[in-house]
Design a protein around this ligand. Sequence first.
Ligand code: DAK
Length: 259
Amino acid sequence: METILIAKEGHVATITINRPKALNALSTQVLTELNAALDEVAADQDVYALVITGAGEKSFVAGADIAEMKDKSVEEAAVYGKFGNEVFRKIETFRCPVIAAVNGFALGGGCELAMSCDIRIAAENAVFGQPEVGLGITPGFGGTQRLARLVGAGIAKEMIYTARNIKADRAAEIGLVNKVVAAEELMPTVMKMAAGIAKNAPIAVAYAKKAINNGLQTDIDNGIAIEVEEFSNCFATEDQTYGMTCFLEKVREKQFSNK
Ligand code: DAK
């Protein structure tokens, strides 16, 4: 792959969008290779957490590739939008948690990519925004849907209608990011969090992700029913017996088997 790097450290995989000359803008090639990288990582059952970041010190992802988008027809725009949304849904429903390490510009499709992840940690120099209406289009990779769900309709509408960017501290204030750290602390912080997630029972973490994501799309009674189902499914795993036995036998250092 030319525009995507994959690395693995312990049970944590990292996907880096590697097109720094164009501030990691999402061309069709990037989206296609990102899609393939996600499949590759998903197939590796030894990966319990995934980190997504951008190459270089300036940008996470500066959006969809404007040069490539400019001359699209209505039909081509629909195909492009559908494919991008499929890739981002793949991230959102990825079988383990995904953390966005936002190392600079996260604009348009970049902000949307970060929002498809479970958790966002930002460097102090990160900038977020949905500038699409200033280009004559609406957000097209889930921005109108996920931003409102994350920060509420009022602030989402303000950001989308004004097309004004916000800095990392404001993004933390509105709940768009979990935490802001110094640029040099970004990857260590994210890797520490990912490793902390990867220490827990992977199947339980995956079921918890499913329960939160699916529960958010429904009413509380259905949400509780989803939780009961995922909770009871845990009792079919070896890691449930192991985790509880470790507690009762006062074993502190656990090694879950992902079974
Ligand atoms: N696309 C293509 N190239 C980009 C780019 C982008 N989004 N962002 C930056 N680049 C390129 C620049 O053209 C420049 O290339 P060269 O001129 O060197 O060849 C290089 O990256 C460095 O950028 P700058 O020289 O502009 O760097 P600065 O530090 O001065 O400025 C910036 C950084 C991030 C403020 C600026 O580059 C910028 O404003 N970039 C565009 C940000 C933006 O508007 N992003 C949103 C894109 S729209 C849909 C599907 C998807 C979408 C919509 C609909 N459907 C089909 C339904 C999504 C839309 C978007 O994401």
